[in-house]
Design a protein around this ligand. Structure first.
Ligand code: PEP
Ligand code: MG
Length: 590
């Protein structure tokens, strides 16, 4: 819908990442650092303010000690010692004595004094010509943030699981783990200043069917808690104080959506077959075991990607092998005989364990993540491999490794897998001896050596979200360069084509499980490039199936042929839009 600005409204525009419209009161998170008001004190109030500061310092100290104790229990003292540096900040005279001095001499409230002094200190530290000291700035902000939260009486970890009333969340950023915690009853939608379509926060929002807009730049500063807003996750806008006229127009949009959803319901039980009889396997991406129910009702042919890292986050300890086994088994049993592709742990990038204090990296997406992490953390990886193997006895389980960059990593992972198989055999534990192992193709080097990889695995799953960010050197989280994140870039299409050709030469099956697969504009191009399976969030599957059933595979192949010969990403995108809109116009009416 082309939205117009009506009198009295304020409109902020961002990137639409999760469809749907909602309206309600705003709740702004993360206002730290922006709204620390100054209050002048009477002389008699000064000792009490110093007392408040001391109490806040003690409170922050206690919190850090608690986290440290939990960490030492799960990961050992070595990781927990990272918090020693945080404790030292709380004793630093240059910070604490100075804040007390400011309260006394300027007669201002403790939060204002502490905030001013700590910001001055952080600014000075970030200018120092010493990398080690500069890196301490984030430690310092972490600690001073805790102290401010105590002073401001703010619950640092606002629990998104138990909000008191329905609201639209506005935040500078939301981690995927925070998003996963959202209580769907009370979180009507959310909007963030940063982020883009393929950040895991956006992926999670689509999965949970929570309307969302990201990349709004400074919404968390401009908007105030309690304002009334309408959030449009189709077009990526948030409208503050919407007029009756706007609400009426959105009413029409919602009615159109309802009609479309009714149409889409008709295809749920039908197969994903083109008009000229080409079958595409349509599977679901899931993040937790409970999602198996949604997979069934979405008409999927199984699970193409089970992102297991969500079993590891939002908790204080690592999940045990048995806990994991239960989760994998639950999905395998629920969907049997349909396939369930379990991806081994893909931590890092934008998904972190809150309790596993992995040191901050300059480039986390290029860092110690996924298979790189697992190959070095044998206990963590082993527990997961054993759990997956055990679950494979219960259904049609397949397994794949994320972030494989070349043959060595695949061989190392497979060698470990063989060790754990032998261990289970020795213990008389049953598992599927023919468990199929696949490789995610999401690093350009893997796409280039797909012929070698195809000789040692049963299937590929192309992770276009990462493949695009690495091939085009465009951070998938950064809204400032979102326009450069182009799935139709000729380089991406050639990498996909190379992967498909290498796979098919060895009778290896190819799926795409990145967000491209759930995009009705791009799915036909993937089919034309020879991809056998598309895997997307359950709420997106009906529209993809509806479209496939209105397409001819011959047209998709023509589209792919054109795209592979074309030099311009926008021209290719234009052709994709033309085919999709011509085939299923009702998907695009809004
Ligand atoms: C991908 O990279 O396309 C993918 C499916 O993995 P994730 O989005 O979890 O990184
Ligand atoms: Mg990936």
């Amino acid at each position: 819908m082309a939205e117009r600005l009506h009198k009295g409204e304020k409109v902020l525009r961002g990137i639409p990442v999760s469809a749907g419209v909602c309206r309600g009161k705003i709740l702004v998170l993360d206002k730290i650092g922006h709204n620390v008001a100054r209050r002048d004190l009477a002389d008699a109030e000064v000792p009490e303010e110093i007392n408040r500061l001391e109490k806040a310092l003690l409170g922050a100290r206690q919190q850090i000690l608690d986290v440290q104790r939990k960490l030492a229990g799960t990961l050992g003292a070595e990781h927990a010692s990272i918090f020693d540096a945080h404790l030292l900040v709380l004793e630093d005279p240059a910070l604490i004595d100075e804040a007390v001095r400011v309260i006394q001499s300027e007669k201002v409230n403790a939060e204002h004094a502490f905030h001013t002094v700590s910001e001055r200190y952080a600014a000075a530290l970030s200018r120092v010509d010493d990398e080690y000291l500069r890196e301490r700035v984030s430690d310092m902000r972490d600690v001073t943030g805790r102290v401010l939260n105590h002073l401001l009486g703010r619950n640092e970890e606002l629990d998104l699981r138990h909000l008191k009333e329905p609201c639209i969340i506005i935040a500078h950023d939301l981690t995927p783990s925070k998003t996963a915690q959202m209580d769907r009853q009370n979180v009507l939608g959310f909007a963030t200043d940063i982020g883009s379509k393929t950040s895991h926060t956006a992926i999670m929002a689509r999965s949970l069917r929570i309307p969302a807009v990201v990349g709004l730049k400074n919404a968390s500063e401009e908007l105030e808690a309690g304002q009334y807003a309408l959030l449009d996750g189709f077009n990526g806008v948030i409208i503050i104080n919407p007029t009756d006229q706007t609400l009426f127009e959105y009413g029409q949009l919602i009615r159109k959506q309802v009609t479309l959803e009714e149409k889409l319901r008709d295809v749920l039980t039908q197969p994903a077959v083109t008009l000229d009889n080409h079958r595409v396997l349509l599977t679901a991406n899931i993040e937790q075991a409970e999602d198996a129910k949604t997979v069934k009702s979405s008409g999927a042919d199984g699970v193409g990607l089970f992102r297991t890292e969500y079993l590891f986050i939002n908790r204080d300890t690592l999940p045990t092998e048995d806990e994991q086994y239960e989760a994998y088994r639950q999905v395998a049993l629920a969907l049997k005989p349909q396939p369930v592709v379990i991806r081994t742990l893909d931590l890092g990038g934008d998904k972190f364990l809150s309790h596993l204090h992995v040191p901050t990296e300059m480039n986390p997406f290029l860092g110690w993540r996924a298979i790189r992490f697992c190959l070095q953390q044998r206990d963590v990886f082993g527990g997961q491999l054993r759990a997956i193997l055990r679950a494979s006895a219960e259904g049609n389980v397949k397994m794949m490794y994320p972030m494989i960059s070349g043959l060595d990593e695949l061989n190392q992972a497979n060698a470990l897998l063989e060790e754990f198989k032998s261990e289970l055999r020795a213990q008389n534990v049953t598992f599927d001896e023919n468990l199929e192992v696949g490789v995610m193709i999401e690093i350009p080097s893997a796409a280039m050596v797909a012929d070698s990889l195809a000789r040692r695995c049963k299937f590929f799953s192309i992770g276009t979200n990462d493949l695009i960010q690495y091939a085009l050197a465009v951070d998938r989280m950064n809204e400032k360069i979102a326009h450069l994140y182009e799935p139709t870039h000729p380089a991406i299409l050639r990498l996909i084509k190379n992967t498909v050709d290498a796979a098919h030469a060895r009778k290896v099956w190819v799926s795409v499980c990145g967000e491209m697969a759930g995009d009705p504009v791009l799915a036909p191009l993937l089919i034309g490039l020879g991809v056998d399976e598309l895997s997307a969030a359950p709420p997106l599957l009906a529209q993809i199936k509806y479209l496939i059933r209105r397409l001819k595979v011959s047209d998709t192949r023509q589209l792919a042929e054109f795209a592979l010969a074309c030099e311009s990403p926008s021209e290719i995108l234009g052709r994709c839009q033309e085919l999709a809109q011509r085939s299923a116009p009702s998907l695009f009416e809004r």
